[in-house]
Design a protein around this ligand. Structure first.
Ligand SMILES: [Zn+2]
Length: 180
């Protein structure tokens, strides 16, 4: 059975994609990760379904990783949030590998249930190394989505121009018409 991913924004790096499992729909908070079925959808969307199973323990650990990453995204550099993400990272290790295909690396977990959450936290490190200032929350006040700004000038403000960009334009227009 194929379940359709109901989220308005997909395709961001996996750390931000984890944050984007929560969104507002007409002012009502939605959450993909309320059950293991939702977790299965999220794992499949991020190419993690082959490696990690969707069960209650994995869901719990993935939610812990999401809370930690959300706290850090909201308060970059905050010591408590930093420590929480670091604690998630403590559940996995990178093993350097050499195979016929050449050098590589492999993630290892004492508890596989931490795999998806750890993978998201590790991805966040890549974003921090690449361009921390491009980790953004959508500028629309009613929107809680996050994205990594890959635009050339770094001027992306909205999760989606079609949705939040236009909503913001429309409300500015509305404010102007009301004033005049
Ligand atoms: Zn938005």
């Amino acid at each position: 059975m194929t379940v359709v991913d109901p989220r308005p924004l997909t395709g961001e790096p996996v750390s931000l994609d984890l944050l984007n499992t929560r969104w507002n729909d007409e002012g009502v908070r939605q959450d993909l990760l309320t059950d293991v079925e939702g977790l299965a959808v999220w794992l499949a969307a991020n190419g993690l379904a082959e490696r990690f199973g969707a069960d209650a323990t994995t869901l719990r650990h993935t939610l812990a990783a999401r809370d930690a990453l959300a706290a850090l995204a909201d308060h970059p550099g905050d010591p408590a949030a930093t420590a929480r993400v670091d604690a998630v990272l403590g559940h996995g290790r990178i093993r350097a590998t050499l195979t016929a295909e050449g050098p590589g690396e492999e993630a290892e977990f004492a508890d596989q249930a931490w795999g998806p959450g750890w993978t998201a936290a590790r991805d966040y490190l890549d974003l921090l190394r690449t361009a921390p200032d491009r980790i953004r929350a959508c500028a629309h006040e009613a929107c809680i989505l996050h994205f990594f700004d890959t635009s050339r000038n770094g001027t992306r403000r909205w999760c989606s121009m079609a949705v939040c960009g236009n909503r913001a334009k429309a409300s500015r227009h509305y404010a102007r018409t009301k004033e005049s």
